[in-house]
Design a binder for this molecule. Sequence first.
Ligand code: ADP
Ligand code: MG
Length: 697
Amino acid sequence: MIDLTTDINYLKGVGPKRAEILKSEIGVYTFEDLIYYFPYRYTDKSRFYQVQDIKSDSAYVQIRGKFCCFSDEGQGKKKYLHAEFFDETGSIDIVWFQRIKWVKENIDTKKEYVIFGKPNEFRGEFSMVHPEFEELEKFNNSLKTSFQAEYNTSEKMKKFFLNSRVIGKLVQVVFKGGIDLIEPMPAKIMQDLRLLPLKEALFNIHFPQTVEKVEAARNRFKFEELFINQLALIKQKKIRFNSIVGFVFEKVGDYFMNFFNNNLAFELTGAQKKVLKEIRADFKSGKQCNRLLQGDVGSGKTIVALMSMLIALDNGFQACIMAPTEILAQQHFESITEMLKGIDINVRLLTGSTKTKQRRIIDEELQSGELQILIGTHALIEDKVQFKNLGLAVVDEQHRFGVAQRAKLWTKNINPPHVIVMTATPIPRTLSMTLYGDLDVSVIDELPPGRKPIRTVHYHENHRGKVYEAIRKEIEKGRQIYIVYPLIKESETLDYKNLEEGYEAVTKFFKAPKYKVSMVHGQMKADEKQAQMDMFVKGETNILVATTVIEVGVNVPNASVMIIESSERFGLSQLHQLRGRVGRGAEQSFCVLMTGNKLTSDAKQRIRTMTATNDGFQIAEVDLRLRGPGDMFGTQQSGMALNFRIANLITDGKILQIARKKASELLEEDPKLLKPENKRLATEVQKYIKASWGLVS
Ligand code: ADP
Ligand code: MG
């Protein structure tokens, strides 16, 4: 038996140089890491071909035979080595462009070989470039497998001859040494789900005999990964539930009632009422509220958050709301101040650009308790921000914050505050389970009444004239129009140019004084931006030309058309957010997606999805499929929580559900995983928590 924690450097065939590469390129530090480096696919090696069987459409083939007739061909840089490989039925040309010397020295024309590769046809002749080859005798002695595992390797790895095949060989070396691993999975679950035992699964994932065995092995590891993720999350939740005393917000008082009676201009939807009830129940329970608030764009999450904050105030606590960007924080500040008009509540804004003098006031008032609602960005979680008694923290657009950042909010008080996390757009269920599995979930699954579904259409840029004509009609009806241009961070000057040209084209068509056009973009001074915005909000201008600064939060019910220029450059959730700016009034609204003529297949699918549905949950599913969880959430922010080795959140939803169920059952029986039979599992969970959240709990 070998010690699997041995440094990979000491594996036969590795050595210091390759060890460095394995560590830096694929994070393989030990023998164990290597056997947990799983293949990404398998090629069929269940049969041998004869040369005569090769057809023009043969995929990879495996042939037994001998090499002969080596000759150097070509000149200078175009030099290559040519040989023939033959069996009793014929011969095929073999070509090497690289490692020519090594090949010549290592191939023995007297010996039999097995080659593996993809044949190319040229004028009826077949050839193979750089086939894998191995002496028949060695081949017969190696671990047999019908399906050859293929491992991901980088260019750098290949330079050091660490290609997929070599990785496979190295894995073999480990297995031949004999491996000894303790099964972390509880016996009962193994039985219930008929999971392959660890060792058998590991063997089969690298050297499978049948398709069924590969599947069984992969499923075992998928389950294990998701199971551990769920154990970590549910355990976290239980610890919080059992050990943290939550503030009790007994009453609904004057602030809430005053707002409800005098300032709330509409009736809450059934879904909003339901969610408020859930939150209130948390507040009264004596436990800390940790709730994910999901809802589509425009479903009215802000009101729910605000009313929750008012309950905190009614019980003598402070509240805060944290947004991911300065613009959003600013918008929250404005809309919340507006909504609270006439009610005496001290609300302030804290961002990275808050001036020192203002900052000092905020610090003082926070500590004296005078400041009741603080709105801001990440600046809120800095250590120097000290509340007197923070009772509720609302996090908007949570998906841009990581688990660790969320945890930091709790340290804002001796007792951690209640936490409500809101998402900007819906997120797929598999993602919310793996990312926010430690939170309770509320869903606002209903839009305010009277909203007509937005009609979304796609036009190529050369039909812009037609689109402008349609806009003209809408303006004649008294409606207002958004025209949005993309903004890419890398090239703000370019975007600015796009926007300026756009503005020129728009004002040429919609001429003053008959038509009035506002423009806002990120480069403008704050007050100038505000002035332009205000004109549009008040209905003094007909059209607002803008970059994505208006993506979130802007609310002009009279605007009925959203035109998104170069829409192929936007992601799905961003398009959905932008579209959510219209359809807020009683009129029929439209969203026009303008694109160039050439679209990638991904872009086509995004556009198609947008024109087909208004349902944010459905759009989120497509988004996940197109982008993958890492991109959708930004790998950096979401940490390793989504870097599953083998589980796939797009296709493994079923396994995830079983994993969640089994995890909560197990934690019912053994909440701290202290039973001897769960010891090994507890270690794995701890390892996962440390690696993915950087927290020790
Ligand atoms: P989001 O969930 O996207 O954050 P908002 O909270 O910004 O949505 O709400 C969108 C708009 O709908 C706002 O103008 C808000 O005032 C309005 N709104 C919210 N709830 C209702 C309701 N129950 N009836 C009518 N309008 C509502
Ligand atoms: Mg919102």
